[in-house]
Design a protein around this ligand. Structure first.
Ligand code: SF4
Length: 64
């Protein structure tokens, strides 16, 4: 699975970073930066949680 971001949708709310700082960061504009593109195990569960809580629906997990 691959964790994808959509900068067109991201509003820089930072919920993903606050919830999972190991997996997400924000760039100088506040837009999401994905630190682990192919999360495994517990990181994968955390990525699912972040996808769910993002208020802008700017994150997704896709099958490759
Ligand atoms: S991806 Fe979602 S939760 Fe993360 S900074 Fe962007 S809008 Fe906020």
């Amino acid at each position: 699975m691959k964790l994808e971001k959509n900068h067109e949708r991201c509003i820089g709310a930072g919920q993903c970073v606050l919830t999972e700082p190991k997996i997400f960061d924000q760039d100088e504009r506040g837009l999401v930066r994905v630190l682990i593109e192919r999360p495994q195990g517990a990181d994968r569960d955390a990525a699912h949680k972040a996808v769910y809580i993002c208020p802008a629906k700017a994150l997704s997990l896709t099958e490759e």
